[in-house]
Design a protein around this ligand. Sequence first.
Ligand SMILES: Nc1ncnc2c1ncn2[C@@H]1O[C@H](COP(=O)(O)OP(=O)(O)OP(=O)(O)O)[C@@H](O)[C@H]1O
Ligand SMILES: [Mg+2]
Length: 400
Amino acid sequence: MRRALFIETNFSGVDAVLRCRAARIEPLLVTAGLAGLADKLPAGSLGRLRAAATIVQVRDPLDEEALAPVAARLRPDAILSFSQAHTLVAARLARRLGLRGADPAAVAALNDKFAMRGALERLGLESVRRLLVRRPEELDGVPQSVGFPFVVKPTRGFASVGVAVCRSRRELARLRHTLARELLPWIAEEYFEGPLVSVETLTLGRGRHQVWGLSDRALTHGVVEVGSSFPVRPPGWRAAVRHTLACLDGIGFDLGAAHTELILTASGPRIVEINARAGGTGHTQMIDAASGRSVCLDVVRAHLGLPVEPWTPPARTASRYSFWSARKGVIRALPRAATARRLEGFSDMWLFKREGSSHEGLRTNFDLLGQILCVGPDLKRAAALARVAARTLQGEVRIQ
Ligand SMILES: Nc1ncnc2c1ncn2[C@@H]1O[C@H](COP(=O)(O)OP(=O)(O)OP(=O)(O)O)[C@@H](O)[C@H]1O
Ligand SMILES: [Mg+2]
């Protein structure tokens, strides 16, 4: 049996582990400890991981030198990670052990938002006004070099932590005090106006890509991502796909899934970030629900050098939508699985919180209570089903 070694995991990584087990590929999971993952994964994930994978505990899953002998001893046929923070160490280890993997230099360039902007500019693919901010005082130089409005975000950020939009000198003065120093350095860059989409791809080798399709985003409170649908084809989608593939090729990304976020501006698509991994938080499950296949398993197969079926455009649309509460207190009740299963279009539901835990209202993506995944014949129907389902489930939430 072939062995796939995962370095840490996220929501889609759990799915990959389970799919491996079902496909007779042995999953091994290197982690600093399953307990540490409890808050990051939907309810029930840890039990499923324990049942499906061989768990290998290490002190620091980012320490390549310490991991190399551990990985060598496990004799994997592939090493990969779905977790943003671990894509680079996985690519480096794969290279060290002579296994297939993405070019570590490309992954490193993609993981650093400032380095990525420089690389795209040198390639002549996209030029964005920007400034590297190493100390809060350096924010003062942004109006001159970037102009208003601008976005400021950690160069190695994820989950929208520490992202802010600044539109005036008054906001700039406030930013200097509110931005999280521990997340330095930041990149300050031009603000792009338009809808945010992501292009989901699987790269099978240099210049060889499978384009799964595009996903959109539903936001609430301007910043919290609460929903998404797949596949979508908004005006400008073809240009977004072309631009994404040119950027992946230019940077030299040559194996694995990529989740490329773009804003479709009036003057064309602009890259927000390129993640050298599949989309998390239910994104791969959404693509699976629409397409009827397992994209996580495809990613693993690509790393194992096994053939991957050609992509066929999905006949259905899948939509995920979160439920939340602005109320602060203790979570007394969360939606029941039985209620979810009865909802029209139901495909899956995940709970991100536990009953009995305290709740601070809705401030960031981490405060969402759970998510429903629905399927419909087209975008309008699927998105409507997911929103209605989320509202019904929200009705079962009790916080006191
Ligand atoms: N240059 C920009 N112009 C307009 N909006 C931006 C820009 N950069 C970031 N954003 C907005 O901020 C959000 C978070 O930025 P980004 O994706 O770079 O950070 P992240 O922490 O990796 O986020 P996540 O993991 O949630 O995707 C984006 O989804 C987008 O809505
Ligand atoms: Mg992003």
